[in-house]
Design a protein around this ligand. Sequence first.
Ligand code: NI
Length: 215
Amino acid sequence: MRGPSGPGELRFVRRVVWLAAAVLAVTFGALALWHTNEPQEPLLVTTTGEADVRSQFSLTDHTGRPVTEADFAGRWQLVYFGYTNCPDVCPTTLAYMASVLDRLGGRADRVAPLFITVDPARDTVPVMAAFVAAFSPRLIGLTGTEAQVAEAARNFRTYYERMADASAPGGYLMAHSGYIYLMTPKGRFDAVFREGDQPPAELAEEILMRIEKEK
Ligand code: NI
């Protein structure tokens, strides 16, 4: 299957291209990603490099348990910021993540999949519990106070902002970036992905490749 010009090499080239794009996106905020139906705002521009993207937070999980990054020490983390009232990108991205987790098979327990809300006012513990259960029994929902969520987002260098919208439930939408972060067992940045950029099986394979090379 992996001839010199076969699918293996193609996949490798795609990975190199994607890695370059990912590093650019995170480092310079060059690849802004917004929901199609949400107002556009500048992505937080980071000039300090990917090393500054770190998994550090103090939040409450969907069972009501207070958690920090230390609770996931030793496991890789697949992290997505969004909110349960999201009309489009969050549900499709979480379904995509769930599909990736399924394809990780027996090694899925090496990856903690975290969904961190950017709308803690509405995304209470019970709301998060019901929401994550709809996608995957593995998915861990995290919420907290506005300040706790803001701090987590700052540490991941991710953008979100409340936007008034009379047509939205509750009168507002949350604009937010749509990256899926892969963080190492030490909570350091490894890669970012976006829903739909590659089929779930391919992303699962890429994650396994990254896990196997273990930093
Ligand atoms: Ni969303």
